[in-house]
Design a protein around this ligand. Structure first.
Ligand SMILES: CC(C)(COP(=O)(O)OP(=O)(O)OC[C@H]1O[C@@H](n2cnc3c(N)ncnc32)[C@H](O)[C@@H]1OP(=O)(O)O)[C@@H](O)C(=O)NCCC(=O)NCCS
Length: 194
């Protein structure tokens, strides 16, 4: 799925000063989420579907959005060398969504998350972006197991996760979230090049 990316040897953790590499897919550009994306982050995190299925992060202003990026995507990146990308269409300016790999204290492997603005949905773009992020985690970061969590009611997310090759593994609870969630897992095939 990836057209081009910045190759790195497997298992190498990215130096923290270097932003996430830009990933290109047939229709999309995934790039490091930056301060300039604060307006998009406000729109995304206050989108009603995002609030319904992911939760209300209380992000209402660009200052809130920067604080969110500092404690979420950028903190994960600083600690682990992976985080979230802003997703743009290659043929149209403007961020349409975000996809990220996160490391939660209560999960035994990184988990994949995604959120798209209404205009970016229904075209397979979230799937294309999620596949690029997953491939990067596996191929560039050496991840052998990648998780995803979603609610029982979120059929769209479940369909996307199944298309990625993720399997329903069980249930999970995330601190601060009352609802028990579905836990999906992707297991990478052992590398044949080793
Ligand atoms: C979850 C979310 C990312 C799913 O977005 P999505 O656009 O439905 O997902 P996909 O990229 O897999 O696209 C699938 C749809 O695109 C259609 N599609 C159109 N062209 C396509 C193409 N070239 N390739 C694949 N699918 C295509 C599919 O038929 C499908 O439509 P359908 O569901 O009506 O059958 C989106 O609903 C969202 O951002 N929600 C808010 C945040 C959120 O819930 N995040 C997940 C928390 S667990």
């Amino acid at each position: 799925m990836l057209d081009r990316w910045t190759p790195e040897a497997p298992q190498i953790r990215y130096p923290r000063a270097v932003p996430l590499p830009t990933l290109l897919t047939p229709r999309l550009r995934l790039r490091h989420l930056a301060r300039g994306d604060a307006g998009y982050v406000v729109d995304q995190l206050s989108d009603p579907t995002f609030v319904e299925f992911v939760g209300d992060r209380g992000v209402r202003s660009e200052a809130d959005a920067i604080a969110y990026m500092e404690r979420g995507p950028w903190a994960t990146y600083a600690a682990h060398g992976f985080g979230a990308w802003a997703v743009e269409r290659r043929d149209t300016p403007g961020v349409i969504g975000m996809v990220g790999l996160y490391q939660r204290a209560t999960l035994d492997a990184p988990d994949l998350g995604f959120g798209f603005l209404p205009a970016g949905r229904g075209r397979g773009l979230a799937l294309e972006a999620a596949k690029a992020a997953l491939d990067w985690g596996v191929e560039a970061h050496g991840m052998r197991r990648v998780l995803a969590i979603t609610t029982d009611a979120h059929r769209r997310s479940q369909r996307l996760l199944k298309k990625l090759g993720m399997r329903l593994e069980g249930r999970a609870r995330i601190p601060g979230d009352d609802e028990e969630l579905r836990l999906y897992a992707y297991t990478a095939e052992p590398s044949t090049s080793a």
